[in-house]
Design a protein around this ligand. Structure first.
Ligand code: SAM
Length: 283
């Protein structure tokens, strides 16, 4: 396991993922009934953007750095509304000024969940799991686990509340990660058919992404969204040219919100010619 999210925290891919995650949790909060967030690949929770690791790559400067702070430029109202639940958390973490702290997915859940909601943070890397456990040790809504994500999902779904969200956010270190995703997704949806599932993937070679969608089509999931952002045309398929989210059982408002957000992000987060977005219901 070589992947450490600290080198990538707050990059363009985190912006897309975390903005959508915050919108989904915001929607779950509309009903009084408690819900649960199951974060299968949790990372460490909060990221120090002023630290050595983030400073080595500076990936955040072309992600959250283009949205947050005095130099970031104006945001059209509909995109600003879609970004608000996410940027409110970034703002709260950086209340002292500047941009030095970044919320990972556990922190977004911790900031948004209510007293009776629950969050399970699963992280396989022992050192990162230790950091994560220390960060949320005092939070009685949180439980930290260290299983392989797919085993964790088998053990944790369906949640006792029968309401909630599952985040699947693997590091894509393994060549067969997309195949494992399709199989893991099928298992998760069998166990928790009504849950909202948010699955993140990289877009390097679009043909690989198409093959993944070919593999999930036979699952006949009726309520889905495919949301992608390309920061440049995928001419060189060795590069991270974009990222995508496959969302099963999305909140009914999410398509409109991402429809306002993605064109703006394609412009603001572009890294080269051919930046674009894609948003499709029921793939
Ligand atoms: N979800 C986090 C966020 O948005 O802030 C980022 C997660 S990062 C992309 C992926 C994480 O998955 C890494 O911290 C890595 O150590 C962990 N990981 C890798 N393989 C795993 C596995 N099989 N099961 C659980 N966690 C795994």
């Amino acid at each position: 396991m070589n992947y450490r999210h600290i080198y990538h925290a707050g990059n363009f891919a985190d912006v897309v993922k975390h903005a959508a995650l915050a919108l989904c949790i915001d929607h779950l909060r509309l009903k009084a009934a408690p819900f649960r967030v199951v974060d299968a690949h949790a990372g460490i929770g909060r990221y120090d953007l002023a630290g050595v690791e983030a400073g080595k790559t500076l990936e955040f400067s072309d992600g959250i750095g283009r949205l947050f702070g005095v130099d970031a430029g104006p945001v059209p109202p509909a995109a600003a509304a879609a970004l608000a639940p996410y940027l409110d958390i970034v703002r709260k973490l950086n209340a002292g000024g500047g941009l030095t702290l970044y919320p990972g997915s556990p922190e977004i859940a911790a900031q948004m969940l209510r007293e009776d909601d629950r969050m399970i943070f699963n992280e396989l890397h022992p050192e990162d799991r230790g950091t994560l456990a220390a960060a949320y040790a005092a939070d009685r809504r949180a439980k930290v686990m260290g299983l392989d994500a797919w085993t964790a999902l088998k053990a944790l779904l369906p949640p006792p509340e029968r309401r909630g969200l599952v985040l699947i956010d693997p590091p894509f270190e393994q060549p067969d990660e997309f195949e494992r995703l399709a199989a893991g997704l099928a298992g998760a949806m069998r166990r928790f058919a009504t849950g909202t599932l948010l699955l993140w993937y990289p877009v390097k070679d679009p043909a690989v992404v198409s093959a993944f969608y070919g593999a999930v089509r036979p699952l006949n999931l009726t309520k889905t969204l495919r949301a992608e952002l390309l920061v440049r045309a995928p001419a060189d398929i060795s590069k991270l040219n974009g990222c995508g989210l496959f969302i099963v059982n999305p909140p009914w408002t999410l398509s409109d919100k991402l429809g306002a957000l993605l064109p703006f992000l394609a412009e603001r987060l572009a890294r080269g010619a051919g930046a674009d977005y894609r948003l499709e219901a029921s793939v």
